[in-house]
Design a protein around this ligand. Structure first.
Ligand code: HEM
Length: 214
């Protein structure tokens, strides 16, 4: 077996790859949010940004890589969870052993499932939706629906919960565990989670209340 296959067959290998892809996806979230916030500048700025992205010759390979990151992250995180659960003596004992559980760490599987379900619906609506009147119109008219906007806000709460633990957990997996740095990494994870969650959620809230279904 090659070194790489042996590495990802091991529990720590899966965790490390899940952590690495998770951090790369955090990078995507930052650029995606920055681009999406252009919607506040109006239709022209937002559609111009979307046009620039589409015209970029690297967009197809970048999208393929992004899809691979999501798939690897989800598959390995699920596998590591399943192996962890199998290895535990009992859920009760485990709860006794683990100190410092947070809402984020206690709900990683659930918040991950919510985010993955969100992603499928999101990409279907915006990536493969009707863009004939421009991407701005598609986004704004989708958020004209109270159900769709509400769904986004709930999903972004789930994303925030996921990031609040996932960000710092990736660093722990890589062995960055130091009394001096760990509190800062945890704080940075919380700030990052709040910024992503509130930043993304601000768009449907704004579109729904400011613009209505026009
Ligand atoms: C209010 C929040 C969001 C808005 C307004 C938004 C907007 C968009 C739009 C307009 C597209 C289509 C781009 C195009 O076809 O050119 C898109 C694609 C995408 N979005 Fe979002 N997004 C939001 C949140 C998120 C979040 C939280 C995630 C990840 C958890 C995400 C992941 C993606 C992915 C993976 C794609 C497909 C990228 C591609 O293949 O080009 N989005 N988004």
């Amino acid at each position: 077996m090659s070194y790489f296959l042996r590495f990802i067959s091991s529990s720590i290998g899966k965790k490390m790859l899940a952590g690495a892809t998770g951090l790369l996806l955090c990078g995507f979230l930052i650029t995606h949010l920055a681009g999406n916030l252009l919607i506040f500048k109006g239709a022209d700025a937002f559609n111009r940004y979307a046009g620039l992205l589409e015209a970029n010759p690297f967009i197809l390979p970048a999208e393929a890589l992004l899809a691979a990151f999501f798939l690897v992250h989800i598959a390995l995180a699920l596998r590591a969870q399943w192996e962890n659960r199998r290895a535990r003596p009992s859920r009760y004992e485990n709860k006794q052993m683990e100190g410092g559980r947070t809402p984020g760490s206690a709900t990683m599987l659930l918040s991950g499932i919510v985010t993955a379900a969100f992603l499928v619906i999101h990409v279907r609506t915006f990536k493969f939706g009707d863009k004939s009147a421009g991407l701005y119109r598609l986004v704004v008219s989708s958020f004209g629906s109270p159900y769709y906007s509400f769904f986004y806000v709930v999903a972004m709460a789930g994303l925030g919960l996921h990031l609040s633990h996932g960000f710092q957990s990736a660093f722990q997996t890589f062995g960055v565990n130091h009394p001096k740095f760990t509190p800062w990494i945890k704080a940075a994870g919380l700030v990052f989670a709040a910024a992503m969650s509130l930043g993304f959620a601000s768009i449907p809230v704004w579109a729904y209340f400011r613009l209505g279904a026009n």
